[in-house]
Write a protein of this length. Sequence first.
Length: 113
Amino acid sequence: MKLKDIINRMDLKVLNIGEDNEIRGGYSSDLLSNVMANAKEGDIWITVQKHMNIIAVAQLKKIPAILIAGGGNPSEDVIKRAEDEGISILGSEEGAFELSGKLYNLLIKNQDL
């Protein structure tokens, strides 16, 4: 499913948008080493982290979009770096559990929310 379709169907806030990549899955974790070990290329990464290191991890794993749960807002420096690297930063007031469930239903079960 295209990233823009996910953004629209999950009603996500767009902090910056990269390319409209095909999203293959998702990964939810706040532990950077866990994401580096287990996330897959093409995933949306759901996290509450909002510091500069999330961009480096997304680059390393070829993650096209980071979804910041729980209403967190990254600094302008983080957003700028994401723009420079073509990584989308999205946000939501919802928690990681709810967002993971919605993403799973969209991508895996092909169900509406």
